[in-house]
Design a protein around this ligand. Structure first.
Ligand code: HEM
Length: 556
């Protein structure tokens, strides 16, 4: 059977509509050449010169609709929630791993109930006093590891992806469970025993390769479980294949067993702490504590028995770890690359941090997690917005049409998956010309608070320029000041609307801590051209293909 295009004029590649595998052969070629998948969707919009196209990437299924226009995407996510909801595309990736987690659910009572359980993990109290300090302490281990690497590498660059992933895992683990897993400390101990690195090349641009200590079994189990999401993406049996693999593939089954034991253990420990009537919220040291304490309170309010280790509690806690670690480490990897390539931005950011935390600089101490969380840092926030915009860790957001509807005047049948690109035209490249009359009613009547306020020259959208997020404000008391305008222009790397990223406050705090500590102690020196490219690969997130650092310690 050949694909059945959606009638109503949404452009598609004519040659793809007359072959069984539709656009699949071209997508495979694109992937082989570039390593990327989502950018393939953007290339179809460019090829067909349209902000809306349909592609045939799932044989025997409905075509996917692709939208490359930030205003219409924002409108769909934020305001057209009756017509568009969470798509099964997400469910197929995650449902087998976390069947009781909010991420894949349609918006409804069960989703709201999961949100209520988790709500306080994003409250300022928890972020500032619990999650922030845990992440800060863990990232300081990475600073120690990099100091050792700097002295052993003698000016040579080294690969930093595993270091960053390990430290982010340690950080989110500590925020989730209140204990140290030590992926980074094991490396610190191993390298601490070396007085020199064997095999260093004479060529100063050659990459220094360090020995690696085995990661803690739980870290490897996590990677096994996270990577198993590639099964439903690549198998024609989709989620059924994934469910089978989780139960019967020995390595995956072992990882799941270890994870289940660990989650149950942590929840049990939290239950012991919070089940007694006199338990105080002051003893909340991690997300597991907080969720169990919440479950006790909610059960009391709803006049039912608390279920401290129900499937929902277990999956939400594990989902906290899973959602937080891959996304954040990918974003930091992009940040490292942009700051290395833009030495002027890096120097300005370091100076901004030193000037803002002048007391810490005098005391030759890095700023604390609480200070980093509470202090106004407009330039740092602008750099983070720009990294999220240009790196596009989540390169697309997906919704399903829950009824027959229209986009740009084209018919979209109920059940169609709509991919809204967070990169390419109207984000990081000039937008397509749009017939304004064809926008949706809500898009045409955008409320003032939802409009982009900046005047970004479309020709500069591809440039990395944090200044685009800053505005000057005059204040009688403080004089002229720069502040961040989060509405300056389109950045939808966290999705949007009711189903936008639940964890974005934690993510932003994590990024603030990491870039402050990193630039406080190190200069990210320029790299040879071969190591500095911006090629990406689409795994669970849109990651750089290679991340290298040539570090130099800098005194405060
Ligand atoms: C830079 C880091 C992150 C990025 C780029 C990111 C991106 C996203 C995106 C694109 C979505 C889908 C949004 C939509 O469909 O509109 C999402 C959903 C979600 N994220 Fe994040 N995320 C990040 C960090 C985190 C963290 C740290 C957590 C929690 C610990 C988290 C928890 C979630 C959850 C629970 C959802 C599902 C929300 C729902 O379905 O209602 N994320 N994220």
């Amino acid at each position: 059977t050949i694909p059945k295009p959606i009638p109503g004029g949404i452009p598609y590649v004519a040659a793809s509509a007359v072959r069984a595998f539709g656009d699949v052969p071209d997508a495979i070629k694109h992937h082989a050449k570039t390593g990327e998948m989502i950018a393939f969707l953007a290339t179809k919009c460019v090829e067909l010169n349209s902000p809306i196209v349909q592609v045939f990437l799932r044989p025997f299924s409905k075509p996917w609709v692709v939208i490359a226009d930030s205003q219409e995407s924002q409108d769909i996510m934020a305001r057209r929630t009756r017509e568009f909801d969470r798509s099964d595309y997400f469910g197929d990736l995650l449902k087998a791993t976390i069947p009781h987690h909010q991420v894949w659910m349609r918006t409804g009572e069960q989703w709201r109930s999961n949100r209520r359980l988790m709500a306080d993990t994003m409250a300022p109290q928890f972020l500032q006093n619990v999650a922030g300090p845990q992440i800060h302490a863990q990232f300081c281990s990475l600073i120690r590891l990099w100091r050792t690497k700097v002295s052993l590498a003698q000016g040579h660059p080294f690969s930093a992806s595993l270091d960053i992933e390990g430290a982010m895992f340690d950080g989110i683990w500590a925020a989730a469970f209140g204990s140290t897993i030590g992926s980074t400390e094991t490396q610190v101990r191993l390298l601490g025993r070396l007085s020199r690195l064997d095999g260093l090349s004479q060529d100063n641009d050659a990459v220094a390769v360090f020995p690696e200590a085995p990661y803690p079994p739980m870290k490897s189990a996590m990677s096994t479980i996270a990577n198993s999401s590639e099964i439903p993406t690549n198998s024609p049996l989709g989620r059924r294949h994934h469910e089978f693999a989780l139960k019967y593939y020995p390595s995956i089954r072992k990882a799941v067993k270890l994870k289940n034991q660990m989650v149950e253990e942590k929840l049990h420990a939290a239950w012991q702490k919070f089940s007694s009537p006199g338990a105080s919220e002051d003893s909340i040291k991690c997300a597991a504590d907080l969720i169990v304490a919440r479950e006790v309170t909610l059960a009391r309010k709803e006049n039912r028995q608390p279920q401290h280790d129900s499937p929902t509690v277990q999956d939400e806690l594990f989902g906290f770890l899973l959602a937080g670690y891959d996304t954040t480490s990918t974003t930091i990897e992009w940040g490292v690359k942009y700051l290395t390539a833009h030495q002027d931005v890096q120097a300005k950011l370091r100076q901004h941090l030193r000037a803002t935390f002048s007391q810490a600089a005098e005391q030759k101490q890095p700023p604390s997690a609480v200070d980093i969380a509470k202090t106004s840092l407009p330039y740092l926030d602008a750099v983070i917005e720009e990294i999220l915009r240009c790196g596009a860790t989540a390169p697309a957001t997906v919704r399903v049409a829950t009824e027959d509807t229209e986009v740009f005047g084209h018919h979209i049948p109920k059940g169609t998956d709509v991919f809204m690109l967070n990169m390419g035209p109207s984000y990081t490249a000039p937008p397509f010309p749009i017939d304004e009359a064809k926008r949706s009613t809500t898009s045409k009547l955008l409320p003032t608070q939802d409009r982009w306020t900046g005047t970004w020259d479309p020709r500069t959208l591809g440039d990395f320029d944090p200044e685009r997020w800053l505005v000057r404000k005059s204040d009688a008391a403080a004089g002229e000041q720069q502040t961040l305008d989060p509405q300056a222009g389109p950045m939808q790397t966290f999705g949007g609307g009711l189903r936008g990223c639940f964890g974005k406050k934690l993510a932003r705090l994590n990024l603030r801590i990491v870039f402050t500590l990193m630039l406080w102690d190190f200069e990210l020196r320029p790299l040879p051209q071969a190591l500095g490219d911006f090629r990406a690969k689409d795994v669970l997130t849109h990651r750089p293909q290679q991340v290298h650092l040539r570090l130099q310690e800098c005194a405060p």
